[in-house]
Design a binder for this molecule. Sequence first.
Ligand SMILES: [Zn+2]
Length: 354
Amino acid sequence: MDTVFDKAKSMQFPRNVLVGADVIDDAGDLARELDLQDPAVIVTGPNTRGVAGDRVADILEDAGYTVHTVLAEGATRKQIEATLNEAEETQGRFVYGVGGGRVIDAAKLAAKRIGGPLVSVPTSAAHDGITSPRASVRSKKGAASREGVTPMAIVADTSIIIQAPYRLLAAGCADAISNLSAVRDWRLAHRLRGEPMSSFSKALAETSAELVIDHASQIRPGIEESAWLVVKALIVSGVSMSVAGSSRPASGAEHMFSHALDKIAPGQALHGEQVGLGSIMMMHLHNGPWERIKTALDDIGAPTTAQDAGLERADVIEALTTAHEIRDRYTILGSDGLTRDAAEHLASVTGVCP
Ligand SMILES: [Zn+2]
């Protein structure tokens, strides 16, 4: 029988986390403190370059670094490959990823390619990928997840993040809240399939969701404290995944539903918006407090209906009936998934497709 002493486990966490107004100004000192070696590569996006990418380049140059800037134009396999090749040609020794989720994902892979550390400088807080090593790459069949580098440090400047469209921040809230249904799925898999479960990781994932729900009425556009709160919740969510060594605590059936939608109706709604809707419905299947999730999303201004999210009813039903095929992860959807009738009923009764 296994005892705790037989277990060996490797966990990776960010070493430095800077959150707050104007922390971006400390990006140069941070690089020195982490003993990062010249030259630097900044991976940034066509829009986020003007928002923060060029500023970080100046700050690193002031700190004495030679800086190469690489633009991540998109998240298709071809575009990512071009970004990685360009990063490699610079012979950079470390990466600063400055941008939204897609840019940070490209930066995780670029750091892996050059074999150097990554500092994540998010310009928005739309999902909990800020701290994780996973990167999503788009293909014709939907999105595939690839292993990149866990950020060594995070610089989350709330005065920049609050300038991003509010829709992104609301989606980030929904991604954190969705941990509540993900954790239920984990417990189910633990009970029915003997899947290992970490109570510490589970507690962190729940804390992340509760943090957002408790402050739902204070999360508003243009209020910098909102950005602070959401970043904190998303970082805690990321740490829960680092502790678990997988995305389990933050990704259950509601994420499979979202990934199914990515294939059926790509680009219609944001990741967080989709998992929010999924979480309402999966919590209903768990016979849990789904209305609490719905009320919180509503307070925050995240979509609670397919229509709000710009999704068609038929696509939601299709995603519900195929979500169980997305990956080999045991959830409330079981091995066979939902029948069409059950999916229609679930979407109606929760008001997602009234
Ligand atoms: Zn997510």
